[in-house]
Design a protein around this ligand. Structure first.
Ligand SMILES: Nc1nc2c(c(=O)[nH]1)N[C@H]1C(S)=C(S)[C@@H](COP(=O)(O)O)O[C@H]1N2
Ligand SMILES: [Mo]
Length: 322
């Protein structure tokens, strides 16, 4: 074949190679540099070496703290947060930190489709270059009546929505987690309708509080917390804050989340925190403060009413609280 090509040394490799290929090559070189004879390794061991190389976004953290989001409580210690997680792709137990290390966070492509000016795919590191990173201290309230306080880093979901250029007919933002049972053994279970899906109205997605998380505790977000891209919507029960997102679709029909699909009588679309509305099987009046053994009263909208209550005026007929 006679194609005119620039020679490799005329341009930096990072410009010449699409990011996902570039990354794999660098990962290979990094692994090779450790002195391990990769050619002789089984594929699993090779994948392990690649998984061990440093996260390329490490230098972006810690991000500058946004002083607007101050909390009434201590941050949950990182160690506690790293060892008590919900991530059904890895386990139905909370001790899944070790299993979750199988998650490969690069290359990581994010797909944007549905009702947008132009569907596109973007690599997470290219996206990070275009988004304004900041740190925010947020409460997190799981529907199971435990709570945390987390120093997240990331960018407002509203900024990302702007970047996606949705069409005026878009009413909801649907989000999806990866689906790969080889990387996440829990996804081999037929009991769950994988992939994990969640959704927000456009008003919720562009509310100032809705945040896309890429970091936590001053570094790239840990795999068990939903690396490399997860949602934080702190006025809603934790299951709305979908982890390890690979796809954002702008749609006109209300998306059905994984939990709603399994048990709609207990887990709905809105899932706003309300201490006065019990879960069908337990009270939501108070919550365990993770890592302390204490309980404290749960707050309406998890303490974020000032920012979000307005959005639900006129929707009183909806099942807003579960
Ligand atoms: N993909 C995916 N996202 C998920 C979950 C999950 O199992 N899979 N669990 C949800 C629930 S119930 C909670 S409470 C939070 C837990 O986040 P954490 O482990 O960082 O505390 O993630 C949410 N996002
Ligand atoms: Mo949860």
């Amino acid at each position: 074949m006679n194609v005119i090509r620039r020679r490799g040394w005329e341009i930096p490799e990072s410009c010449a190679t699409p990011e996902h290929l570039f990354f794999n090559r660098r990962a290979f070189l990094a692994a090779a540099g450790t002195g391990i004879a990769l050619a002789g390794l089984p594929a699993g061991a090779m994948a392990q070496r690649v998984a061990d190389i440093p996260d390329p976004s490490e230098s972006l953290y810690p991000a500058k703290n946004n002083p607007k989001y101050v909390l009434d409580r201590d941050m949950t210690p990182e160690k506690v947060n790293l060892n008590y997680n919900n991530f059904y792709e890895y386990s139905t137990s909370k001790s899944l930190a070790r299993e979750a290390q199988q998650l490969r966070v690069r290359p990581w492509m994010v797909k944007i489709d549905g009702m947008v000016e132009k569907p596109q795919q973007i690599a997470i590191d290219d996206l990070l270059k275009q988004m304004p990173l900041e740190e925010r201290l947020y409460r997190h309230r799981c529907v199971e009546a435990w709570g945390m306080a987390v120093p997240w880093s990331g960018f407002p979901l509203a900024e990302f929505v702007k970047f996606c250029k949705p069409l005026s007919g878009a009413k909801y933002l649907k989000m999806e987690t990866f689906n790969d049972p080889k990387m996440a053994p829990g996804q081999g279970s037929p009991l769950y309708p994988w992939p994990y899906v969640e959704g927000l109205t456009m008003a919720e997605a562009t509310n100032e509080l809705a945040f896309l998380v890429t970091g936590a505790y001053g570094k790239p977000v840990a795999k068990q917390m939903g690396a490399p891209l997860r949602l934080a919507v702190p006025w809603k029960y934790g299951f709305k804050s979908i982890k390890s997102i690979v796809r954002f679709s702008f749609v006109d029909k209300q998306p059905k989340g994984l939990w709603e699909a399994i048990q709609s009588s207990e887990y709905g679309f809105w899932a706003n925190v309300n201490p006065q509305v019990p879960h069908p099987r337990w009270s939501q009046a108070s919550e365990e403060v993770l890592g302390t053994g204490d309980r404290r009263p749960t707050l309406m909208f998890n303490g974020y009413g000032e920012q979000v209550a307005e959005m639900y005026k006129g929707l009183e007929k909806e099942r807003l609280w579960a």
